[in-house]
Design a protein around this ligand. Structure first.
Ligand code: SF4
Length: 432
């Protein structure tokens, strides 16, 4: 490996083959991919799931900046975007599919322009944030779970669909940090219609299915908590499931030497799902008095964890922050992007989506400035469009993993020379 160049992060002796590449296309950030760059584009040669292949191998069209759908130079597009941001009463900086540097730039321009920041996937994140803010929790990390857990309870979440290599890397590993022959582990799928196809390996012993409806899982957690404390629960069913199944789940939790409850907030998409996260977290806290148990929240796709982390470092609050008054103002309802747009309280949407073409801006009637990966699906022509690179593919970067404890460096694989969202945002801010 040669010397890294500051401007691009590529190696001066770049061979076009990269090992141990971190993948930014979902929140678990697998860091063991092998990728080659060929004349036909990037090719994942080892360890990529379909989602990773779609992300890395996607060819990006050579589009340039546009103003009202017409080609423009970058400096013209930047000037037009700055004019719109400057004249807006309350611009929203949304989407926020970017890396740590991109999010720092978002915070800076939002502060300068008096705007609101909110991530496209923050509705799911808030199912966690509300619990963390109100009662706290006991959480573990991907590494701890991989090396120590003997019981995984998958809580109402289609983990395999959202994070295709979670089971392969964290649950099915044949060896752990502490043993070449660790004991088998049990996997419980608590939820209806969850994809269990990846829970197959010599490492896995029992696989238990409790097909409860998502909105009744909170009820089951509350019952588990009560039964663990010796409380009486009447009835033949609990949360719609046979009582014996729930009693068996409790016994397995109590017997586990290191149990982990895993959920992905985007999967818990029913009303008041934060209460399910809360009930799960409270059960985990209780059972820790007699056993070792922890939660593990996944999610974090499209740079959502980086966005929440940077916003918290810099403003003290995790997204849904307004700088309109000149200082950070936090309100989870008032400054939710969807509600601001629905109530026509914003007059400009600045949308950042640098990872996948599916992170489209919401339907709305305000002008849009879009900093997007080429091919981003748009239902109408934005006032200004500036194509930007994908962190970890087109330029180097840094991203925060779903368990919040690790920031991973992303490499420039040289797919294109598209600019970083961070640099474009800084240029727009400089032109305000
Ligand atoms: S599971 Fe997620 S991080 Fe891992 S390779 Fe697939 S998309 Fe990338």
């Amino acid at each position: 490996m040669g010397v890294m160049t500051e401007s691009t992060g590529t190696s001066a002796t770049d061979s076009g083959h990269y090992d141990n590449v971190a993948c930014p296309f979902c929140g678990i950030l697998c860091d063991d991919l092998a990728i080659s760059r060929t004349a036909g584009g990037l090719k994942v040669t080892k360890n990529g799931c379909d989602k990773a292949k779609a992300g890395f191998e996607r060819a990006v069209a050579s589009t340039g900046p546009q103003i009202a759908g017409k080609p423009a130079t970058l400096s013209e597009a930047v000037a037009a975007a700055a004019k719109l941001v400057k004249s807006a009463e309350l611009p929203i900086f949304g989407g926020l599919g970017t890396d740590v540097e991109g999010m720092r730039a978002v915070m800076s321009i939002a502060d300068n322009a008096g705007g609101v920041v909110d991530h496209a996937l923050s509705e799911g994140q808030y199912r966690n944030f509300r619990v963390l803010q109100s009662g706290g929790w006991v959480m573990t990390t991907l590494t701890e779970a991989r090396n120590r857990a003997d019981l995984f309870v998958i809580v109402g979440s289609d983990i395999h669909q959202l994070h295709p290599r979670f089971f392969e890397r964290i649950v099915c590993n044949e060896r752990s940090m502490f043993s070449d022959n660790p004991p088998k582990r049990t996997v419980v799928f608590l939820g209806e219609g969850l994809d269990q196809s990846a829970a197959k390996s010599t490492r896995i012993g029992d696989v238990i299915t409790i097909p409860a409806k998502g909105e009744r899982i909170g009820e089951i957690m509350v019952a588990l908590r009560a039964m663990a404390k010796g409380g009486a629960i009447s009835g033949d069913t609990i949360g719609g499931m046979p009582r014996a199944q729930i009693e068996d789940l409790l016994a397995r939790c109590q017997k586990a030497s290191y149990g982990v409850m895993v959920w992905a907030p985007p999967s818990l998409s029913f009303p008041n799902a934060d209460l399910t996260v809360q009930a799960t977290s409270e059960f985990i806290k209780d059972i820790n008095q007699t056993s070792r148990f922890a939660g593990l929240s996944l999610g974090g796709n499209e740079g959502a964890v980086s966005a929440g982390a940077v916003c918290a470092w810099q403003s003290g609050y995790p997204l849904r922050v307004s700088f309109a008054s000149g200082k950070p103002h936090y309100d989870t309802e008032r400054f939710a992007m969807a509600s601001l747009l629905a109530n026509k309280q914003s007059d400009l949407l600045v949308w950042v989506a640098s990872y996948t073409p599916g992170l489209s801006p919401p339907d709305c009637d305000v002008p849009m400035v879009v900093l997007g990966t080429p091919g981003l699906a748009l239902s109408r022509t934005p006032a200004v469009y500036i194509p930007v690179g994908t962190p970890g593919v087109d330029h180097a970067g840094l991203i925060v993993r779903c368990d919040n404890v690790v920031s991973l460096p992303l490499r420039n694989l040289g797919r294109s020379t598209l600019p970083r969202a961070a640099d474009v945002l800084a240029q727009i801010e400089a032109a305000l």
